[in-house]
Design a protein around this ligand. Structure first.
Ligand code: ZN
Length: 189
């Protein structure tokens, strides 16, 4: 089922997600709907807040043929990241390295907006999967960036919070238009 995507201005996007205690049929159905919604919107990541649920749950699906490089490691062993797509992050906890990269980023909750965002170049993430197992992986490149962007959402942080102030000023009218939409959307539901 395709779900409605929440826009900036909807307070749910500023709400930290609750931990998921039981991974059951309801969780699996929600994950399935989130993956369908992300694909329908041509996104590579979607957090629960973006479909109106404040939970520690996000999905990522980077197409294997994408040109932007990514690398992934499990217990220091390099793995083929494409075999782990779609990636389901449940209750993720991340740490990052000091080195930073800058790249163009967008967000389904800010339609039409993209900006260059500087983030740590590599992330270590411990989370649960749909089988309930806890596992840890490292990622860099586009995948590392997507993981950080989605985990930010789960803590109420948005990519505009990382934007260069000058770039943000330049986009302020577009951002304000979306904020009004998001606010109206939250008042309708
Ligand atoms: Zn986003």
């Amino acid at each position: 089922m395709i779900l409605d995507i929440t826009y900036y201005g909807n307070p749910v996007l500023r709400t930290s997600g609750e931990k998921i205690e039981a991974i059951d049929e309801t969780t699996r159905a929600l994950v399935q709907d989130m993956i369908e919604t992300m694909h329908e919107a041509s996104g590579i990541g979607l957090a629960a807040q973006q479909i109106g649920r404040a939970l520690q749950l996000a999905v990522i699906d980077i197409p294997a043929e994408i040109e932007t490089p990514s690398r992934m490691w499990i217990e220091d062993r390099r793995v083929d990241w494409s075999e782990y797509m779609p990636l389901v992050l449940i209750n993720p906890v991340c740490s990052t390295i000091k080195k930073k990269d800058t790249a163009e980023e967008g967000c389904l909750s800010f339609p039409g907006i993209s900006a260059s965002i500087t983030r740590p170049s590599r992330v270590t993430c411990t989370c649960r999967n749909l089988e309930g197992e806890t596992w840890t992986f490292d990622a860099d490149g586009l995948l590392g960036r997507a993981v950080q962007h989605e985990v930010d959402h789960l803590n109420g942080v948005l990519f505009t919070d990382h934007m260069d102030p000058a770039e943000k000023r330049h986009l302020r009218e577009e951002i304000e238009t979306i904020r009004q939409q998001g606010l109206e959307q939250s008042q309708e539901s």
